[in-house]
Write a protein that binds this ligand. Structure first.
Ligand code: TNX
Length: 492
């Protein structure tokens, strides 16, 4: 019970060493509203066990093969919307939460209590035991995010789904998709079709690129939602826009479309701030994006606009921010966009490498909540050390202890824990082309960031984390996750 990542709030192992054993007769009992989580759990457990594990609505007392019951309803107030209680004894597993999201989090804990081979997609030998005891658990922060850059290199819907499944294991609940950049535009926009047909036709290094049709994107959003993950789509503005500028000559101040770009420099492109068509473009794009987005946020980028004079940058966002609001969405942006003084519902994402930033502290004083993605701690695209074959190193090397060793609630001067909405681990893809590459950079650092975002600081302990991380390795192997064997961890 003590091996779980992220560490639960409280774990009370059964003193008598009792355990539950899954059998061919075990059933998953679900209350109304819990059925989809029940089916998800059955989908996790069936391949390796080979058991039927029917998902049944009724509660009966004669379950000889034992039961896993998922109950929705009254739980202690402290559990909030995403917390859960998990009780395991000889007779079964009882999982309770106020919402399906809480049950889903509990299911992620339960799978880690089973032997690692439960993660295999082929039938394995049992026994399938779960140690007895009780876990009470709920998140420290509301926003526990991962970001994937699908612009520098395009990742297919199946590759994105694979990552969604992986982040869901660690109770990540937001997936930020970086859908546009200099090297590629990745989301179909009906009113501006060349964005994808031309702007999506390449990527870093000159490969074929790609984009998501609206149906593919809706399917990704639904796949994430099924895993209680909200997609936050980003269109990076007004810099990082070469793919758009290359697709429509009229968006350029000089009316000339630049060539497509397949290098990895940043900061050279900008929308034309004084042209009206710029705002028609932005409004059209964000309107279509909002229609595709059931989630609360649209992310408008705002980073590294080195080719946009500061006054223009502010002018630009003073026109764009109301557009997002008029679409009924909250705006998220890289922290530079605070220069335009967005409303207090806006979510600045801090990506700096120092512990103080006056834009951020001023925003906190006004009442904004902050999303933390410090590049020297949480950037999954930074190399682990000088020998890492993939990744960049502009924010330094990030070994596992570095990714794990900071307290989001006390990280920035002038930013108290109450002003932190959460933590997000971005994965930029200048050097990453395949799921193997994603996995090598995200594992084991993503679980480290996930623990910082979920677990109470009182559980924070490097020695404990190292041990628990080592215990994840056979789970990753069973799922063919290509993780980095950090020398800091005693892998089995
Ligand atoms: C900085 S961090 C960027 C990205 C790069 C990344 C590479 C941020 C908001 N912008 O454009 O991909 O560094 O690590």
């Amino acid at each position: 019970m003590t091996q779980v990542i992220p560490a639960p709030v409280s774990v009370t192992p059964d003193r008598h060493g009792g355990e539950f054993r899954l059998t061919p007769a075990t059933v998953i009992e679900t209350e109304r509203g819990a059925q989809r989580v029940g089916e998800y759990l059955a989908g996790l457990l069936r391949p390796a066990t080979g058991y039927r594990l029917p998902v049944v609505p009724e509660r009966r007392h004669d379950r000889d093969g034992g039961r896993i019951s998922l109950e929705l309803g009254r739980v202690a107030a402290e559990l909030g919307d995403e917390g859960y209680e998990l009780d395991v004894d000889r007779r079964g597993v009882e999982l309770k939460a106020r919402t399906a999201a809480g049950l889903f989090a509990g299911v992620q804990t339960l799978r880690q209590l089973l032997p690692p081979r439960i993660e295999s997609d082929r039938e394995q030998r049992g026994p399938w035991t779960v140690a007895g005891g009780k876990i009470v658990d709920y998140p420290r922060f509301e926003h526990r995010g991962a970001m994937l850059d699908v612009s520098r290199h395009f990742f297919s819907p199946d590759e994105v789904k694979r990552y969604i499944d992986q982040i869901a294991m660690y109770k990540i609940n937001r997936l930020h998709l970086h859908l546009s950049d200099d090297q590629g535009w990745r989301i179909q926009i009906d009113g501006w079709p060349r964005l994808t047909t031309h702007g999506g036709s390449t990527e870093v290094g000159g490969g074929p690129g790609g984009y998501y049709t609206k149906d593919q994107f809706r399917d990704l959003v639904a796949y994430a939602a099924e895993r209680h993950i909200e997609v936050i789509p980003e269109i990076d503005l007004p810099g990082h826009t070469n793919a758009a500028l290359a697709s429509y000559a009229e968006l350029n101040c000089d009316g000339v479309a630049p060539p497509l770009y397949t290098g990895i420099e940043v900061g050279f492109s900008s929308l034309c701030i004084d042209k009206e068509i710029t705002y028609r473009f932005v409004e059209d794009v964000l309107t279509e994006l909002a229609e595709l987005t059931p989630g609360e946020y649209l992310h408008i980028g705002g980073d590294e606009a080195h080719s946009t004079p500061e006054a223009d940058y502010i002018k630009f966002f003073e026109r764009v921010l109301p557009i997002v609001e008029s679409l009924g969405k909250k705006v998220a942006g890289w922290h530079e966009f605070l220069k335009a003084t967005p409303s207090t519902s806006a979510l600045p994402q801090y990506w700096g490498t120092t512990d103080s930033n006056s834009l951020v502290t001023d925003a906190v004083e006004r009442g904004n909540k902050i999303l933390l993605s410090p590049a020297n701690k949480s950037y999954l695209d930074m190399k682990y050390d000088e020998n890492t074959p993939l990744g960049l190193s502009w924010a330094g090397f990030i070994e596992v202890d570095e990714a794990y060793g900071w307290n989001p609630g006390q990280y920035m001067r002038g930013v108290p824990e109450s002003a932190i909405l959460g933590v997000e681990a971005p994965l930029w893809s200048e050097t990453l082309e395949t799921s193997d590459h994603i996995e090598f950079m995200a594992f084991p650092r993503l679980p480290a960031i996930a623990e910082l975002a979920w677990s109470p600081w009182s559980t924070h302990d490097w020695e404990s984390f190292r041990t628990r991380l080592a215990a994840q390795a056979p789970r990753w192997e069973a799922q063919a996750i290509d993780f980095y064997r950090s020398p800091q961890i005693d892998w089995p």
